[in-house]
Design a protein around this ligand. Structure first.
Ligand SMILES: [Ca+2]
Ligand SMILES: [Ca+2]
Ligand SMILES: [Ca+2]
Ligand SMILES: [Ca+2]
Length: 363
């Protein structure tokens, strides 16, 4: 009994102090268990206003709180339990255009950040932190890492290289390669990996692995009567585009095929020499007649040689375009500046390299 009474008293005291302090919210509370969290939300160098922010802790039966950033880009959470919080953001935002310094673009920004209070800090009950959002589509995953499009001659030595920048194995089963004519509603070549989209597990790509998809998987440097040493040997590509309705389309028996799914299409996968948009999608939307669903897009890259090019794909997929200065027939290639690096803005994500690098990253 003695011990019970002794334990009850401090609890009662704490409760009374808590009640008293909660009447004066402007005073800092120093009670263990109360935290004041101020989060600033940024995209690139700009603070974002009117962005919904959710914080959630699993420490106390998974409690979550929501708020919206003010005109300074700040959101406040007061008197919340002292705990580790997962901060998540997914919202449309007005951000600076990458192609026109006087314009703004609407993009979807995302963030998923862990906020951990430290007991060693002087003001352990007050946390002020900045959440850096990224464009949706820039998170790690399967990336179009290189596009070798300009060729060295009329031969079909083009390829697209994928790279898995995530920490998880991804599966190519049922994924689509799509060439875009104008915007997602107008695809112009649609080829599919074998297997079941989303659930298939036949064609794994481990973390950090490259996948070379050739237009025609042959050694283009050593074609009888037409040797082109400056071209590229794609006879060991991982995959090749082969339209089974195009009997003239080369088929390397040792290299598996992606086949065309577009009714009536009898040509190989088209890759524009110096201007195009190439997408990889998860294959969940194969009804291409009403366009390609943006939710199914895993990665998309636009490229064009001219700086005055007008974009052909939604800025949600790629805010800019790479390839300014690419020269037809030069044998140059377009590769991400660093392996898998993706900010969803191909203007800065890609660089022109002198020679293609199928299956590896340029130095
Ligand atoms: Ca082919
Ligand atoms: Ca083949
Ligand atoms: Ca991307
Ligand atoms: Ca490469």
């Amino acid at each position: 009994m003695e011990r019970l009474r002794a334990m009850k008293t401090p609890f009662l005291l704490l409760f009374l102090i808590f009640m008293a302090l909660s009447c004066f919210r402007e005073q800092p509370t120093q009670i263990d268990g109360a935290l004041t969290l101020t989060l600033y939300v940024k995209f690139e160098d700009r603070f974002l206003n009117s962005i919904p922010v959710t914080i959630k802790t699993y420490d106390y039966n998974s409690i979550s709180f929501g708020g919206v950033t003010d005109s300074c880009g700040a959101v406040f959470f007061e008197d919340i339990p002292w705990a580790e919080y997962l901060t998540t953001i997914k919202s449309t935002a007005i951000v600076a255009s990458v192609l026109d310094s006087n314009a703004m673009d609407t993009v979807t920004v995302i963030a998923s950040t862990l906020i951990t209070p430290t007991e060693t800090s002087i003001n352990e009950n007050i946390i002020i932190d900045t959440i850096y959002t990224i464009a949706s589509g820039a998170q790690p995953g399967l990336k179009i890492n290189e596009l070798y499009t300009v060729k060295v001659s009329v031969i079909c030595d083009q390829f697209i290289e994928l790279y898995n920048s995530s920490e998880d194995t991804v599966y190519l089963d049922g994924m689509l390669f799509v060439r875009i004519y104008i915007m997602l509603e107008w695809p112009s070549s649609i080829f599919q990996f074998p297997g079941e989209p989303l659930i298939g597990r036949e064609y794994p790509v481990p973390p950090g692995a490259f996948v070379v998809v050739a237009k025609d998987a042959m050694d283009h440097t050593n074609i009888p009567n037409f040797p082109l040493p400056e071209s590229v040997d794609l006879s060991h590509a991982d995959w090749e585009f082969k339209n089974s309705m195009d009997y003239g389309d080369y088929d390397n028996p040792d290299v598996p095929n992606l086949d065309n799914i577009e009714v009536g299409c009898r040509t190989d996968f088209g890759i524009g020499l110096s201007t195009d948009v190439i997408l990889i999608t998860d294959g969940s939307d194969v009804n291409y007649l009403d366009g390609i669903a943006i939710e199914s897009v895993i990665d998309g890259v636009e490229y064009a040689t001219s700086s005055t090019h007008i974009k052909d794909i939604e800025k949600e997929v790629d805010r800019g375009f790479g390839g300014i200065g690419l020269t037809k027939w030069s044998g140059q290639s377009l590769e991400r500046v660093a392996v898998g690096f993706d900010s969803n803005n191909s203007t800065v994500d890609f660089v022109i390299i002198d020679h293609p690098t199928p299956g590896y990253q340029h130095e």
